[in-house]
Design a protein around this ligand. Sequence first.
Ligand code: PMP
Length: 367
Amino acid sequence: MIGGTVRLSDLPLRADLAGQSPYGAPQLDVPVQINTNENPFPPSPALIDDLVESIAKVAADLNRYPDRDAVALRRELAAYLARTTGLPLTVQNVWAANGSNEILQQLLQAFGGPGRRALGFEPSYSMHSIISTGTQTAWVPAPRAADFTIDVPGAVRIIEQQRPDLLFITSPNNPTGGSIALDDIRQLVRATGGIVVIDEAYAEFSGRPSAVALIDEFPAQVVVSRTMSKAFAFAGGRLGYLAAAPAVVDALLLVRLPYHLSALTQAAALAALRHGDDTLASVDRLIAERIRVTGALRSQGYEVIDSDANFFLFGRFDDAQAVWQAFLDHGVLIRDNGVPGFLRATVGTEHENDVLLSVSALLKEKS
Ligand code: PMP
């Protein structure tokens, strides 16, 4: 290594970044990795063959920049959303980027920034505050109720006081798992004049209708963020997207980097979408497993928060960090999101879930 004599504190870092922590889910090589809400099922052999063939085709043109606007991919994403919501979305309603994190960053670049603020209901997805800070958008945390739902009248009061430029609503919420009704979202949208980002990374696992249904009602406000990382089992492919009024897409064109989505990413995502029906069959299997595992944990004496996603929060623990470590010592990596008394586990394969349940039973006996 060279340059090791310089420390972070020696660098002329922006003052608002000093002392911040990076996003940090541990990546540890243990037998059961159920800590980052991935889909546990790998791509099918048919998908892999299709993907390899598609990549071979684009490889012949890698000397050229990719389609800057990813039109073919956006058209397929719009078709998927139109099919699942019954709404007439077109390519102009959809934008795509490298994971929904990049979508969120572009939204904050366009609608946040110095002098502006973003509000979210915590505990929620930590990247909302991290990306806000990164784009110099002031982060305003608002509390959730004791059962982790959003207390709508209370939220309306806070929104009216704080007047955020952006409001984040995560549904289903990560890390708590619950989702919010469209009528409640409507009230929150009406309370703010600003952009409302409904982060639906886990929408496919939820029985609730998508907030895409609200776009036409609030075209200058509602943006729905989605990802292929979870239900589509494409976390490694890095593909996130949003649905919104075409004018929102026009705004993002002002801040996106040219050619941000590589030709390889576009081709791989198109292949994944062609096999979408097959991949999405895992959703029902994971929901059935979520019901089985959360039921079993409750029978073992744990408290489990109702979840509409492919993960769940369980507890209560006097020392969640020590319990996290005890699971890890038995080869099971789950997540401590810093919610006092609780840990989060992703629904894995049937076998992974059985291992989780055998360790949870063992730890309960010992406690
Ligand atoms: N939103 C939420 C609520 C998430 O939990 C995640 C991933 N953990 C993301 C967005 C980002 O996912 P990706 O960048 O892989 O699309």
